[in-house]
Ligand binder design. Structure first.
Ligand code: BES
Ligand code: ZN
Ligand code: ZN
Length: 475
């Protein structure tokens, strides 16, 4: 979709969208529709309300946003327009912001509007596909001085979020580890990024044994993906790691529940890859290293066995109690490799790691673990501001002994139905070489889920806007 600045009233418009904040209802109506008399009983800007009418050749859609709307809810209201009222638009549309709207609100509306064009119908025949809005031009009018900049940002944010949706929503026969590595390679050709991909042979040379163990039972070649972005005026160096399990059968500890949803087990990878795209597109002044260990957890004669003892990049031997606790194994190597080779100032990993985190928080927020109080608070704050909430759980040393193994340095599962998310975080902590600024976000409950925009569960792009806020709060 193309966003165009306009400050005059246009002729060939299908639809003029006027967002209305309830607290500014009178002012906005006077500013945008001075000749209209409209009873507040019909429309007054209440959240989730709309009012559609015709004025000459143009349809006018008033979108009620409520009293003092947060960006998350503005985004949702605007996503509804293309997603649910696609028939209103054929050629051109204008979003007409009144003076009451600030930059954050305009950005959220423009992001949401573009997300509305996203559809899951990748594999449907052409005649059954949803309308394609990629060529639509959307005029934007607002008195804000930096409107042009806001529009560019909104465009890039929406593009990154749609990419994260797509990566999660594509099925696992298409979205394989190789697909992710090709994706990263393509990204490095369009943006100023360097990509490195290890196949299994190179991963073996690098000692990524835990990562390789998980991939052993799959016909699909594992890929260890590294993206580097640098900026000449970088304020700090951020390291990201995303769990890239393109399908999680559970391995020989095969899943008996919910396996059908496990194409989403690369949700962490989708988050960090889309965030990398966004950071590079916006040319944010940081250095960034992003690592995605991409692998399928499947079953064949070579599949790793429960009770195997495997090695790891960090040099710790690991007793595999459960092959379904595979995410922590690939992250262990991802984190260790990141610290040893790049040593960034801050490290954040995103992973759909445990059902336990879903049991604790449901679908409301991600579980946050950090060995740095400051970093934890920064992420918690960015989460509240972006609407992608994360909430802390403790990392007390007493949990660490749960992961002690008799035969190896550590085991991947304590074998108990308690504190699953916390013990997983303690496992990861063993592989960060005592890096002082590390945070782990368990996003199993929020990376993929039900929403009003689709009949089935879909990717949410959780974490992309949280990361953007987190970075910009530090610039
Ligand atoms: N990918 C799953 C976690 C998951 C569960 C993600 C639900 C999204 C929704 C992970 O690899 C897993 O299987 N975890 C096990 C760990 C257990 C065997 C220690 C779990 O949480 O049950
Ligand atoms: Zn698993
Ligand atoms: Zn998994």
């Amino acid at each position: 979709m193309k966003l165009i600045v306009t400050n005059h009233s246009n002729s060939a418009l299908d639809l003029r969208i006027i967002p209305v904040i309830e607290d500014f209802f009178q002012e906005i109506m006077k500013e945008k529709l001075p000749d209209l008399t409209l009873s507040t009983a019909i429309f007054s800007g209440k959240k989730d309300s709309t009012y559609l009418f015709q004025q000459e050749d143009t349809l006018i859609l008033l979108v009620g946003l409520g009293k003092s709307p947060e960006s998350e809810s503005i985004e949702k209201s605007f996503r509804r327009i293309l997603s649910k009222q696609a028939d209103l638009i054929t050629i051109a549309v204008k979003i007409d912001f009144a003076q009451a709207f600030n930059a954050i609100q305009v950005e959220a509306a423009l992001v949401g509007f573009q997300l509305g064009g996203y559809s899951l119908d990748f594999f449907k025949r052409a005649e059954d596909k949803k309308k394609d809005f990629s060529k639509l031009s959307c005029e934007v009018s607002s008195v804000l001085e930096n409107l042009e900049l806001i529009m560019t940002r909104a465009h890039e944010i929406a593009k990154a979020k749609i990419e994260a949706f797509r990566l999660v929503d594509l099925p696992p026969n298409v979205l394989t580890p190789e697909y992710l590595s090709n994706w990263a390679t393509k990204l490095s050709e369009t943006l100023d990024l360097k990509v490195t991909v290890f196949d299994s042979k190179k991963a073996k040379e690098e000692g990524l044994e835990a990562f390789l163990a998980v991939g052993r039972g799959s016909a699909k070649e594992p890929k260890f993906i590294i993206l580097n972005y640098t900026h000449p005026e970088a304020k700090f160096h951020l390291g990201l790691v995303g769990k890239g399990v393109t399908f999680d059968t559970g391995g020989l500890n095969v899943k008996t529940q919910g396996m059908v949803h496990m194409k989403s087990d690369m949700g962490g990878a989708a988050t960090v890859l889309a965030a990398t795209q966004l950071i590079a597109a916006l040319k944010l002044p940081i250095n960034l290293t992003t690592i995605v260990p991409a692998v399928e957890n499947a079953i064949d004669k070579d599949a790793y066995l429960p009770s195997e003892v495997i090695q790891s990049h960090a040099g710790l031997s690991i007793e595999v109690i459960d092959t379904d606790a595979e995410g922590r194994l690939i992250l262990a190597d991802g984190l260790s490799y990141l610290v040893k080779n790049y040593n960034p100032d801050q490290i954040i990993d995103f992973a759909t790691l445990t059902g336990s985190s879903v049991g604790t928080f449901g679908y409301e927020c991600g579980a946050l673990f950090s060995n740095s109080e400051k970093l934890g608070l920064q992420l918690q704050t960015a989460g509240m501001e972006s609407g992608e909430k994360v909430w802390p759980l403790p990392m007390w040393e007493s949990y660490r002994k749960e992961m002690d193994s008799e035969i190896a340095d550590i085991k991947n599962y304590h074998g108990k139905p308690i504190a699953g998310a916390i013990t997983a975080a303690k496992f990861l902590e063993a592989f960060i070489h005592e890096h002082p600024n590390w945070a782990h976000l368990d996003i199993a409950g929020v990376a993929y889920g039900d929403s009003e925009f689709s009949k089935t569960k879909t990717g949410t792009a959780f974490g992309v806007q949280l990361l953007l806020k987190f970075i910009e709060n530090q610039l």
